[in-house]
Each structure stands twice: as C-alpha cells, then as structure tokens.
Design a binder for this molecule. Structure first.
Ligand code: ADP
Ligand code: MG
Length: 541
C-alpha cells in the first residue's frame, strides 16, 4: 500500500488584539526557509527586580499567520492540503492547541457573526462535497461524528433522539480496544451526510448540544476536547476494493497552566497543566519525540487513545498553535510554541486505507470462475461439470485396475487432460497403498451398495441350500421306504417258495436278485413317486 512518511506540520496563528489589550513584543518572519516567530519577554519590575535585558525566544513553524489572516487563507493554506489527502484515502487530523481565548474554536469552527468567519469545519465540508460531486469515477459515502470529551468521559454530540439540556443527558461514549489494538468508540453515532447541507445541519446540531451542555460549573468550553470527524469511503464501480479515510478536526481544551510562583528564572518550564488529559497528551508527544522509545502512553487518557493514529501513527497530521500575543498572555504563548516545537519532531506514517469487501470479492470471483469455465469449454470443446459422474468414476477404477495389473513396463495410465480425473487416480492409488486389504473392493460410495447386494445374494443362496437339504431328506426317506417295501416283498416271496437256494444268499444279494425280477414294478413305483413329488430342480444338475 502507498505510504507517506511525514512529520506533523505545525502552524501558528496569532489572534487579533482586543481594544484594551497591551501588545506583547513579537516578530514574524515568514521569509526564511523555515518561517520563525520571535517572542521577547520583558524583564520588568513585575518579576520583583529591575532588569532591562530582554530575553527572546525563537520558534520555527511551517508558516505563521499573523493577526490579520482571514479564515479563507487559513483554510486554503492549512486545511485544504489535508482534505485532499483524505479524499485520496489517507487519514488526516487538524488540531488546534492554545490557551483559552486564543482562537481555537474560532479557527476550527468559526465565528457566528459573519459568513466570512466560517472556520475550518464548514469550509472543509463544503470543499469535500464539492470535490465528491465533481468525481463521477467513484461511489462515495460520507458520515460525520462529533465527540466531546470532558473529564475522561465521552459524549455524543450528534444524538438524533433528543436535544440535551445538560451534558449528562448526552449518550456516553466509551472506548473499546479490539484484539488488533484498534480503538473503537462505542455509542458514538455516525450520521450519514449525503450533501453539504446535511453535514452543516449535523454540525449545527452538535454545536448546539455543545453550547447547551456548557455551564459555568463545568466550564466545558475550556476544559473539554471536541472532535468533529468526517468519514469518507469510496469505491470504483465493479471493484471490490474500498478506501476508507477519516478527517479529525479537533478543538482541544485550553492549554493554560498553573505557573509555579515565587522563584524567578525557570518560570515557564515547571508550569503544570490544569487539564490532566493535556498533561497526558504532552507525555505522549515527549515519548514520540524521543528516539528508541518503545512504549507510548496513549492509554492514559481517552483523548490520547482517540487521537492515537493522529500522533505517531497512520495519519497526516497538522497542528495549529493559536496564540494570544497580548502582554499578559506572553508566558502561555511561549508554552504553546514550545509544545509545538516538540510536536514538529513527530513522524507519522500515513498509509492508504484500502480494504477488500469480501461480499464484492465473492461476486467477482464467481464471475471469474464462470469466465474460465466458458473459456475451457471453448478450448476443449467439452462442457465440464463440477463433479465426475458415477459412470466416469467406474471407468477410472477399471483403468487403474488394468494399469496396476499390467506387467508391460511401457504401459501407462492415460485419463486425458482432466485434473479431476488425474486427482481421482492419485486419490485411488493412495487408498490402495494405505489400505491394501480393502483395495480389491471398489472405493466408491457404491461399495456399500455392492456389499449390500452380495449380502442379499448370500442370504438367498443360504435359503436355497436349506430348501435343497429338505428336499434331499424327503428323497432319502422315500428311498428308505422303497427299500423296506422291496425287502418286505422279497421276504414274502421267500416264505411262499421254501427250500429255494436263494435262502442261503445274503440279504444284499437277494436284493440284487430281486432287482431284475421286480424291475418293472420298481420303475412304475418310481414314476409314480416322481410325479407325486414336485419337480426337484437340482436333479438334472
Ligand atoms: P478558544 O476557543 O481558544 O477559547 P475562541 O475561539 O473562543 O478561543 O476565541 C475567543 C474570542 O476571540 C472569540 O470571541 C472569538 O470570536 C475571538 N477570536 C479568536 N480568534 C479570532 C480571529 N482570528 N479573528 C477575530 N476574532 C477572533
Ligand atoms: Mg473554544
């Protein structure tokens, strides 16, 4: 996938001075190869000692926008390049960082008084929908979400069900991490916006919820982070590849710190954030700027978890440092610039977010299979069914059998250029090798039916055999009866003709003798017998 390695781009914007504000001393140089902002700190009596020496600090930025810079210029120079990356399929983030009142909300959302005061969000929406409309080569889908994080709790500002009257009424958003350590925001609604007007209405709904939720008690505007996200997915017609990208437009909580008072000197470095999550953001930034740091403490706060990809991850990220340059805010401005210098060291790797839709992929592959089948049928002249028929399998079995029995070394097994048949032959051979005992039998599913057939045959033969046995028994009994009859007749004959030589003969001899004398009789008897008993089919055999 395409990848862009880039450090986070860091810009500065100086807010116009109020009427009664006393200007601090600073100078802007946008001419240098890398533009710089120089801030001078007067060492005056306020510090407790007289010192005319001015300390000055110089900070480098991508570009510095001074007090007179208008919203359209800010959009064109800062936001438009990011929006273009997002349209191309990369993730983008623009976040505004600075003390309360320095112009973060004015820069990100805009001022309500004039149309020309529209900020980055409405201008970006307008630009993106314009571009999407111009591009008819792809199908685009756009959603927006609007998340507010206050006190480590997430709130959905685009809840369509009801208008909130307190922040607690808004749906609570929680963080979920999947097994691939991707962050998911549970309960944050993604609202589809098909055009600029719909998207602006959603922005308006979110901003209204944001204002209503703000009470003097929670000071939400200075203590909370607001993340407006534009989600774009695009697909070329007929393609299974989907590009998804996100553009986070982030209005961070006020960066003001509590300075450690009392001792002069390192006045600014020891200052602590009021906002704990900004403290964690700074820790993440420090960790990322350090080389060879393996652990980045993203998980310490919800905000750093949500912006994980925007900081040192898969994202083109831009920071706008908003500065109030009146005398009283010089310290905070220097803090902001210092933070910006660290952020500028962070390298991100934005990758093109492409993924494949499995459903579309299946449709595509099915079509490809059909095309290939058609092509094969064209080349071979045969329509190939997905499975071999029983008949074909039996033919193969026979071919394999003859091939195995064939002693001629030149003999070969030729089943044609059909992978299904070739595969089947190998499968059959494997069976023969692995199970030589059963190899004589057929391997197909019909084996079982054949076995069943032979079982039936066996039963039938057994029955037949029994029948034959019975028949034989009957015949033997009959034969015995006949013998007895003959013997009785013979003894009767002996009794009537006494003194005959026949008497001295053995009984068997006498029987033999009698055979000739009583042949006619016995034959007749046999004939009667054979007609009285049903024909015995085994006799001729
Ligand atoms: P933050 O969100 O950082 O607390 P805001 O954006 O609310 O600060 O700005 C504070 C006030 O200053 C607002 O009334 C805003 O309209 C005004 N302001 C800020 N930046 C500009 C600017 N560049 N031009 C004109 N007015 C501005
Ligand atoms: Mg604000």
């Amino acid at each position: 996938a395409a990848m862009v390695k880039e450090t986070i781009r860091v810009y500065a914007r100086v807010k116009p001075l109020g009427r009664r504000q006393q200007a601090g001393s600073y100078s802007v140089d946008n001419e240098e190869p890398l533009p710089s902002l120089e801030i001078a700190v007067p060492r005056d009596s306020a510090d407790g000692f007289i010192n005319n020496k001015r300390e000055s600090y110089k900070f480098k930025f991508q570009k510095i926008f001074d007090q007179e810079a208008k919203q359209d210029v800010i959009f064109d120079s800062i936001a438009k390049p990011v929006a273009e990356c997002v349209l191309a399929g990369y993730n983008g983030t623009i976040f505004a960082y600075g003390q309360t009142g320095s112009g973060k909300t004015f820069t990100i959302t805009g001022g309500a008084e004039r149309y020309s005061d529209r900020g980055i969000i409405p201008r970006t929406l307008s630009y993106i929908f314009d571009q999407l409309q111009k591009d008819s080569s792809k199908v685009y889908t756009t959603h927006v979400s609007y998340l507010e994080i206050y006190n480590e709790c997430g709130y959905d500002l685009l809840d369509p069900r009801h208008e909130a009257s307190r922040m607690e009424d808004l749906p609570k958003v929680t963080i979920m991490e999947d097994s691939d350590q991707n962050i998911h925001l549970k309960n944050l609604s993604l609202q589809q916006a098909t055009n600029e007007e719909e998207a602006l209405n959603l922005l308006f709904l979110g901003d209204t919820n944001r204002m209503i939720a703000e009470t003097p008690m929670n000071q939400a505007s200075s203590r909370s982070h607001c993340i407006f996200t534009i989600h774009i997915s695009s697909k070329e017609p007929g393609s299974a590849t989907i590009r998804r990208s996100k553009l986070h437009l982030v209005d961070l909580a006020g960066s003001e710190r509590v300075a450690k008072t009392g001792i002069g000197g390192h006045l600014l470095t020891e200052a602590k954030y009021i906002n704990l999550s900004l403290h964690y953001l700074e820790q993440v930034i420090i960790a990322l700027a350090e080389k060879n740091r393996s652990h980045i403490p993203y998980r310490n706060s919800m905000m750093t978890s949500v912006l994980r990809d925007s900081l040192g991850g898969n994202c083109m990220t831009t920071m706008i440092s908003t500065l109030a340059m009146d005398k009283r805010n010089i310290d905070e401005s220097i803090s902001t610039c210092r933070f910006a210098q660290r952020v500028a060291l962070i390298k991100n790797e934005a990758v093109l977010n492409e993924e494949i839709d499995p459903r579309l992929m299946i449709v595509q592959l099915k079509k490809e299979i059909q095309d290939l089948k058609d092509e094969l049928a064209l080349v071979t002249g045969k329509q190939r069914m997905s499975e071999l028929s029983q008949e074909e399998l039996l033919q193969l079995d026979e071919l394999i059998e003859t091939f195995l029995k064939e002693n001629d070394p030149d003999s070969s097994l030729d089943v044609g250029a059909d992978m299904r048949k070739i595969k089947y032959c190998f499968f059959h051979m494997k069976q023969i090798i692995n199970h030589p005992m059963t190899s004589d039998k057929k391997l197909l599913s019909q084996n079982t039916s054949e076995e069943k057939n032979s079982n039936e045959e066996l039963e039938k033969l057994k029955g037949l055999l029994q029948q034959r046995d019975n028949e034989i028994n009957i015949l033997v009994t009959m034969l015995k009866k006949e013998k007895k009859k003959a013997r009785d007749a013979l003894s009767q004959l002996e009794a009537t003709s006494a003194g005959s030589t026949v008497l001295e003969q053995s009984p068997s001899m006498s029987l033999e003798e009698s055979q000739s004398s009583s042949r006619c009789f016995s034959l007749k008897e046999a004939k009667d017998f054979s007609s009285s008993v049903p024909r015995l089919p085994f006799l001729p055999r």
